[in-house]
Design a protein. Structure first.
Length: 256
């Protein structure tokens, strides 16, 4: 039985702006033990902020003693390695922030144990490729921010976003995309906001956005587009904001 009042009552812990080099492993240890043997109990933490530290790696089940977390902030560290089950015990996690780290890839099963995630922030890393299975278990995901990475058309396959049936906001701005094909967003039928600005997009498949019938916001600004085909927005019945500024557009199809 847990003997620490703090362990049983603490819900929010902010350890940001410190000098931690790894995720603390003592989250579950009681602060006062009545016997010589160590006693462990899971903290009731629901929010944990470890941002602005010097953490470099997330080991397997790194958060096993804080399984009730719903919000985890790991932004502004030096994380360049995630073990497959780093979030394996976080079945109640809703929001995960890994912004401004040194990630270059994501293990295919990294989110498998955190299937209740609704927000993932991966902004400002160096991710250049995505496994087709990496988001497949995230049917509750509403927001995915992959902006400011190194993603190119070559390494984003057609089924990488499959399974994200509830996704509302997708941010892919400030990457290296050059072409958007018809299958990339074909399963994102709930999507309302899509940010593709500040890429290197030269061409759009005529059916690139055909499945996005709920789209309200589409940002294609600051790319290399030279031509707009009317078919590209033929199913965008409720599109309210379309940004095409700072491209190289010379021709707009008369049917658009």
């Amino acid at each position: 039985m847990c003997s620490s009042d703090l362990a049983s009552s603490l819900s929010t812990l902010n350890l940001s702006h410190n000098h931690l080099i790894e995720v603390p492993t003592e989250f579950g240890r009681t602060f006062h033990s009545e016997s010589s043997s160590s006693t462990y109990c899971a903290f009731t933490l629901t929010s944990l902020d470890l941002s602005h530290n010097a953490i470099r790696k997330l080991d397997q089940n790194a958060f096993a003693n804080v399984r009730k977390l719903s919000k985890l902030i790991l932004s502004d560290n030096y994380i360049d390695e995630l073990e497959d089950d780093a979030f394996g015990e976080l079945g109640q996690l809703k929001s995960l922030n890994l912004t401004s780290n040194r990630l270059v890839a994501l293990p295919p099963s990294i989110f498998k144990g955190a299937s209740e995630l609704s927000e993932i922030y991966l902004t400002n890393n160096s991710i250049s490729a995505l496994s087709p299975q990496v988001f497949s278990s995230l049917q509750q995901l509403l927001l995915l921010d992959l902006s400011k990475n190194l993603l190119s058309t070559q390494w984003i396959k057609e089924n990488v976003f499959s399974g994200l049936i509830r996704l509302i906001v997708l941010k892919l701005s400030y990457n290296q995309l050059s072409f958007i094909d018809a299958s990339l967003f074909s399963q994102l039928t709930s999507l309302q906001a899509l940010y593709l600005n500040n890429n290197r997009i030269e061409r759009l498949d005529p059916l690139a956005f055909a499945s996005l019938t709920n789209l309200h916001v589409l940002d294609l600004s600051r790319n290399l587009l030279t031509f707009i085909d009317g078919k590209q927005f033929s199913n965008s019945y409720i599109l309210k904001q379309l940004s095409l500024d700072h491209n190289r557009i010379r021709t707009i199809d008369s049917d658009s």
